[in-house]
Design a protein around this ligand. Sequence first.
Ligand code: AMP
Length: 104
Amino acid sequence: MTIFKKIIDGEIPAEKYYEDDLCIAIKDINPQDEVHFLVIPKKEIKTIFDMSEDDEKLVGHLHFVWAKVAKDLGLEWCKMNFNVWEKWGQEVMHIHLHVLGNFK
Ligand code: AMP
């Protein structure tokens, strides 16, 4: 079980910006910019390469949610990315969107 599953299940605390039936958005514990949050689906999918066609809508939802949270936080500038596999920097094997941003 990954740390993100434990956060989703409420076993480990996190600063939550958003939650619905499909995903949560939390503050990254080790922010790499003024604002750094993660959008994590509740469904456990290891990497973006492990998605099935059934996950298409879910991934679209993650994009909807990151944009909503960024807007609600009042970010002036932001970028998002998925890290994929250890080789390219993915540490937690449960897909998550990183969003980094600034207020101005
Ligand atoms: P990645 O390298 O893409 O797998 O990124 C994992 C991210 O999860 C890193 O930016 C970590 O700082 C973050 N992280 C790890 N543990 C926690 C936690 N308990 N709460 C919030 N963010 C975390």
